[in-house]
Design a protein. Structure first.
Length: 144
């Protein structure tokens, strides 16, 4: 279980990259940070993005998972806003270490100012080892 938790923690970190709401004006190569929690295990991350602010979409450019995490991977995604303070993150995640796991889906949450929150949700596995949980349960908070 610890092996699975570490893999998913990194996976979830990657998927959370686009969670934050945009700044006051559209940005290129803007940066943010956040925390992902998977089955009670938190992991920090930083990310760069283009786009925003709400209601303009945010495009995830790159992520950097904290060195203290035992897994790594990549992600792509688009964060859209509305109506009200609603936010949706469409994402594709590829865990590359310690085992390969792919996940694809959408998270729904809220944003306020420059912070976004996505409560725990299920994201289905799209590829990878039988050791990868299916679905993965993830929760995300992020700030620009």
């Amino acid at each position: 279980m610890r092996f699975r938790t570490a893999v998913l923690s990194a996976l979830l970190v990657v998927s959370s990259v686009g969670v934050a709401a945009g700044p006051a004006s559209a940005r290129t190569d803007a940066a943010g940070s956040g925390t992902i929690t998977f089955q009670g295990t938190p992991c920090a991350f930083t990310f760069t993005y283009d786009g925003g602010p709400p209601p303009a979409a945010v495009q995830i450019q790159s992520i950097d998972i904290a060195d203290s995490c035992s897994a790594d991977g990549t992600a792509t995604g688009t964060l859209t806003f509305g109506p009200g303070n609603a936010a949706t993150l469409a994402l594709k995640v590829a865990v590359t270490k310690p085992i390969s796991c792919g996940y694809s889906g959408s998270l729904t949450g809220t944003y306020s100012g420059n912070a976004g929150t996505f409560p725990e949700q299920s994201v289905p596995k799209s590829s990878g080892s039988f050791l990868c949980p299916n679905p993965a349960k993830i929760a995300i908070t992020a700030t620009l």
